[in-house]
Design a protein around this ligand. Structure first.
Ligand SMILES: NC(=O)C1=CN([C@@H]2O[C@H](COP(=O)(O)OP(=O)(O)OC[C@H]3O[C@@H](n4cnc5c(N)ncnc54)[C@H](O)[C@@H]3O)[C@@H](O)[C@H]2O)C=CC1
Ligand SMILES: O=C(O)CCC(=O)C(=O)O
Length: 416
């Protein structure tokens, strides 16, 4: 377990579960590597006329249950290993919530804060041009992730239409509703996180009205999670983003902070700025929600977490050693592949709406998300209680996902 990379962590967990399920070892052989990874060099003409190239990736881990599905991340630390791991987790996520998708993920090694708006649009369009051979509505369907949003999806959609010479709205999800996006997609991941948190509170017989929450990350997922909790009268006492740590033991004014974020783009300079981002791990709270990047809950930071519940809104926020500490400390962990599945769930609703030229009202989207997410939580919980007694929700989630993937491989004649 010594400092396993995310891909090694995925492989070790899959291998363990394949052995426990006593299914064909070929299931592990098929899942241990991505189906394909495309690496591209993206030329971008900067505003000063010079040309710079950026590296982009798209990994399709599996198309067993349907086309590849997963977001595109713009971040300076994107690398092939990270994109691969993120695509592997997508395969498990879509299997757990029973979506007709496989797993994929993409990224560009870039700090989008250093690009002008024109440059960002050109980079987004160039990414689609370079990836055109491997993406498409029945092949691999992108969506937003860290530092990408509806605006970027709209540009990418437009570029794909130009390349194909026709409208293909199901090529990408998370686009603005005015051009075929689903109502509720922007809020979907955070909304789904809160469904999971409320279910966990009920199972652990904790009172939401006295529950205190700390959240790391205040972007799309973190801010919507905070706002939904606030709307449910659950007190969010601390929030950190990359620049700031904000704390109030009596509960933060989340709507005010969301307004601030919308105007300024981050929490830097918010008037209650009173610590450094790492202080989030020390907060006295009942629920801790990592909603930033991978590998944040390590052997060290896990020791500081005082919560009874960790709800993994981010992908891969916990290292193997951090996970061991959380388990030893009896913390109930809602694993990422379940906890943050609300986003891809509403992406699936968007893809279905595009396919049938339909537009669902927000209440319809939210009601179905709440119902399907609560059911997925219950199925993983039941698996933990009945079949995997004394093991973790993460183990149960992997068990359920691999069982479904194994069954699908058998049905398709890939394994005996
Ligand atoms: N956007 C989506 O629909 C989905 C996102 N996710 C995952 O959720 C996580 C967050 O994604 P988004 O909210 O979309 O990204 P985002 O780019 O909107 O926000 C990221 C947030 O993390 C903060 N952050 C980065 N490093 C940090 C650090 N060291 N300490 C504290 N805060 C830090 C940033 O300041 C920002 O507030 C990622 O792991 C992503 O893969 C998972 C499912 C769907
Ligand atoms: O909405 C989607 O298709 C994928 C979202 C995503 O990237 C994720 O769940 O990590």
């Amino acid at each position: 377990m010594s400092n396993q990379s995310p891909v090694e962590r995925f492989r070790a967990q899959i291998q363990e579960v394949v052995e426990e399920l006593d299914i064909s070892p070929s299931v592990y052989q098929i899942l241990k590597n991505p189906k394909h990874i495309m690496t591209v060099s993206i030329p971008l003409e900067r505003d000063d006329g010079t040309v710079e190239t950026f590296t982009g990736y798209r990994s399709v881990h599996s198309d067993l249950l349907g086309p590849g599905k997963g977001g595109i991340r713009f971040h300076p630390e994107v690398n092939q290993e990270e994109v691969t791991a993120l695509s592997m987790w997508m395969t498990l996520k879509t299997a757990i919530v029973k979506l007709p998708f496989g797993g994929a993920k993409g990224g560009v090694v870039v700090d989008p804060g250093t690009l002008s708006r024109r440059e960002l649009q050109q980079l987004s369009r160039q990414y689609v041009q370079q990836m055109e051979p491997v993406i498409g509505p029945q092949k691999d369907i992108p969506a937003p992730d860290v530092n990408t949003n509806g605006r970027v999806m709209g540009w990418m959609m437009d570029e794909f239409f130009k390349l194909r010479g026709r409208n293909v709205p199901g090529f990408i999800t998370g686009k603005p509703p005015v051009v075929g996006g689903s109502e509720g997609r922007v809020e979907a991941t955070g909304r789904g996180v809160v469904v999971n948190v409320m279910q966990a509170l009920e199972k652990l017989e904790m009172d939401p009205s006295t529950t205190k929450v700390a959240i790391q990350g205040f972007g799309n997922v973190g801010s919507v999670t905070a706002l939904r909790l606030y709307e449910e009268n659950v007190s969010v006492v601390a929030v950190a983003d990359v620049d700031a740590f904000i704390y109030d033991e009596n509960g933060l004014d989340i709507p005010e902070m969301v307004n601030y974020l919308e105007k300024k783009g981050s929490l830097q300079g918010y008037h209650h700025h009173d610590g450094s981002p790492e202080d989030i791990f020390e907060v006295e709270c009942d629920v801790f929600i990592p909603a930033a990047l991978e590998n944040q809950i390590t052997e060290d930071t896990a020791q500081s977490i005082k919560a009874s519940i960790v709800a993994e809104a981010a992908n891969g926020p916990t290292t193997a050693k951090g996970d061991k500490v959380l388990a030893e400390n009896g913390i109930f962990v809602i694993p990422d592949i379940l906890c943050n599945a609300g986003g891809v769930m509403v992406s699936a609703f968007e893809w279905m709406q595009n396919d049938s030229h339909d537009h669902w009202a927000k209440q319809v989207v939210n009601a179905r998300l709440d119902k399907d997410m609560a059911q997925a939580f219950q199925e993983v919980y039941d698996m933990k209680e009945e079949v995997n007694n004394n093991k973790t929700m993460r183990h149960a989630a992997y068990y359920l996902a691999v069982q479904r993937l194994g069954d699908a491989m058998y049905a398709r004649g890939w394994v005996d």
